[in-house]
Design a protein around this ligand. Structure first.
Ligand SMILES: N[C@@H](CCC(=O)N[C@@H](CS)C(=O)NCC(=O)O)C(=O)O
Length: 387
């Protein structure tokens, strides 16, 4: 696990092994006691003190390199590198002008607005399901904001930190109703050829679901989204399975969208959210609190249109959230400016605006808020207070 827990641990193991000193005996890294004759010992100790000094200097250099935070490197380069999908409508897909649109793309703009006061300071890296985690682990991207499900394996074995659930989803199935008339439940799909993308939770849930229901299926697996879409549209599979939101987006790209129906079963929980690398709490907090700020803004009725006016609101809470409280340090304690929430909302609106524009009523997908409504409206979206 190369990037988990940072480099310092590796530095300790490699650099300091064998430098311990205890009376006339020296401990090696393997904790074997090596006692030397007095004459040899003097030379040995001098040599190893010198190595120790060099080692300490090396470690010092390594530590200072390691201490360059993500915020420092992002500020130095002047933009955030954001890992997105290769093109999933509503979440992250380039428009005719090549500008990335979608709730995941906008989330990165929100973080850029928090950090730079400018939501345009983002560059996008399109990533397939398989490529996405390596890109984040290796530092190729600063945030992974790509319809990615938060799971324990990704938090632990893959060394990621999910900041929250920007979209509560679940896995579904889509069929061509003209090809399969009379099929109205996933439980009628035994023996079907199922199109699925590799490197996803989708592939794993599919296996579980068919096994649990004692049904057979033939997986038709591809690494690239366009391959899965083309295979399904060409009738090479009976069924397409992915996150339900993804099905709605993909349906729009098919030859005859109206021929395809999404079956009612939701077979899994797919809490989709942005993730960062472990080992940088400040960056984790900036990205996490950007998400919370979007929700808190919606809850307080702060919108893209009224945010400037709201700065003069009589509400102490709204004033505090917008950084208008006297001597506030809320933003600077986070590592950004105190008007960070103003900048976020100016760039992308509040969470509800971001949802409606990209996947909701104002978008071609027309997905209902459902469980993604705020907790005050019976949904699951809930943010801790900015105070
Ligand atoms: N949420 C699931 C599935 C995510 C996923 O990659 N889904 C596919 C099918 S909708 C996708 O977005 N592909 C886009 C791409 O590869 O660019 C996961 O995190 O594993």
């Amino acid at each position: 696990m190369l990037f988990v827990n940072g480099r310092r641990r590796v530095g300790y193991d490699v650099e300091f092994r064998g430098m311990g000193w205890n009376g006339s005996c020296v401990h090696t890294g393997k904790r074997i006691r090596v006692c030397l004759k007095n004459r040899e010992k003097g030379l040995w100790v001098m040599k190893h003190i010198a190595i120790g000094i060099l080692g300490a200097a090396t470690l010092g250099l390594m530590a200072s390199a390691a201490s360059a935070t993500t915020l420092d490197t992002v500020k130095a380069k002047g933009f955030i590198q954001c890992g997105v999908s290769t093109g999933l409508a509503g979440f992250s897909a380039p428009d005719d002008k090549g500008d990335w649109q979608g709730i995941d793309a906008d989330f990165c703009r929100a973080v850029a607005a928090a950090v730079f006061g400018d939501g345009t300071k983002v560059k996008f890296t399109p990533l397939s399901a398989k490529e996405r985690f390596t890109a984040l682990q290796s530092g190729e991207v600063d945030i992974l904001s790509r319809n990615t499900t938060w799971t324990i394996n990704r938090d632990t074995a893959l060394g990621l930190n999910f900041v929250g659930t920007t979209y509560y989803d679940g896995q579904g199935f889509m069929i061509n109703a003209k090809k399969l008339p009379g099929v109205n439940s996933a439980l009628q799909l035994s023996g079907a050829a199922v199109c699925v993308q590799s490197g996803t939770t989708t592939e794993l849930n599919l296996a579980d679901y068919f096994k649990a229901n004692k049904m057979e299926y033939n997986p038709v697996v591809f690494e690239k989204l366009e391959e899965v879409n083309a295979a399904y549209d060409a009738g090479r599979c009976d069924v397409y399975t992915t996150d339900q939101s993804g099905l709605y987006g993909i349906r729009l790209t098919l030859g005859a969208p109206a021929d395809h129906v999404v079956l009612p079963e939701i077979i899994s929980k797919e809490p989709l959210g942005p993730a960062v690398r472990q080992g940088d709490d400040q960056w984790y907090h900036i990205v996490k609190w950007t998400y919370f700020a979007l929700l808190d803004a919606e809850e307080l009725g702060i919108t893209k249109a009224n945010v400037d006016e709201m700065k003069n609101s009589p509400s102490p809470e709204i004033k505090r959230v917008l950084g208008q409280e006297a001597d506030t340090k809320i933003g600077t304690d986070l590592g950004v400016s105190n008007d960070w929430v103003v900048n976020i909302v100016k760039a992308v609106g509040n969470y509800g605006e971001m949802f409606d524009r990209n996947v909701g009523s104002g978008s071609p997908l027309k997905i209902a808020r459902g469980i993604n409504a705020l907790w005050t409206k019976g949904g699951l979206q809930y943010a801790p207070p900015i105070r």
